[in-house]
Design a protein around this ligand. Sequence first.
Ligand code: KG4
Ligand code: ZN
Length: 336
Amino acid sequence: MAKYLTMGVETSCDETSVAIVEDGTKVLSNIISSQIETHQPFGGVVPEIASRKHLESITPVVQKALDDAGVGFQDINIIAVTYGPGLVGALLVGVSVAKAMAYALDIPLIGVNHLEGHVYASFLEHKFDFPVLCLVVSGGHTSLLHLKGHGDKELLGQTRDDAAGEAFDKIARYLGLGYPGGPAIEKEAQKGNPQAIEFPRAWLEKDSLDFSFSGLKSAVINYVHNAKQKGQEVNRADVAASFQQAVVDVLVEKTAVAARKVGTDTVILAGGVAANSSLREQLTARLKEEGKTVFFPSPVYCTDNAAMIACAGYFRYKRGEVSDLYLNAVPGLPFC
Ligand code: KG4
Ligand code: ZN
């Protein structure tokens, strides 16, 4: 059978990434040019700077992706690009470049939802059958999805306020740990005691598979504020570890309940927070007790990358879902 090469393009936030993926899941190259250092002095992503950086990086990143894969433009069969959700100026760089390449090469263009890309990251490295339960834990989303087949999903629950990654980022910023917050909290937490402070866990109504992290965020801020008012020393590592444990407890419990409800033995994780080792360890242990298997993408495929976009785009293409050259960036693109 002829091999299909997909070029994936991802520029929705602060990574310029281009990948070449064979037959949907075999990664030939996955180039990621991160802007983290550029945004670090500002404590978060500055949208205008992000767009300019994508513009500077996209052409060399495309070329490096082709070179590392040992292929040329003429070998590419389809182009998949993230068209939302994300920062509009950042998305437009990827969408415009992908459209130009698809037009010049006269090959199909496939617009991909960034969240769908995160979900497909697990397909790059693991083999499993549907149905599966997917926990999406990214900077902007926290949701539980029942995946019944390619392009067939049901939303079981989602956050009512902050996303898990957003909570990590906000608390890291408050604790002076910088950006990006997730890895910074994880590192600080390794020096602390996760049982030191009893922060609240929002279980919500009985049987609810929704999440809420804003109460936890306020509790952490109040704790630190009150301690400072009383002139007490705050053990930052204990705060980071106890906060992380509160997030992980809720994610693990609700995922286990959802997997039972759906009746699947397979759970996959998606999104940047899936790189967190406490979450990985505790979820694996908990699901093992129930005879279930959990698959995590490697850390490089948890955070933003174009390989996952190429993978999701390939399966869209197989379903006949091709975009036209009017494809536009949609910053608030819904997923479910
Ligand atoms: O999935 P992603 O690219 O975000 C969106 O698409 O929205 O992931 C970024 C998020 C950030 O909030 C970051 O702090 C978090 O993932 N993150 C982590 C870790 N690595 C990244 N959170 C906790 N632990 C980590 N190791
Ligand atoms: Zn992302």
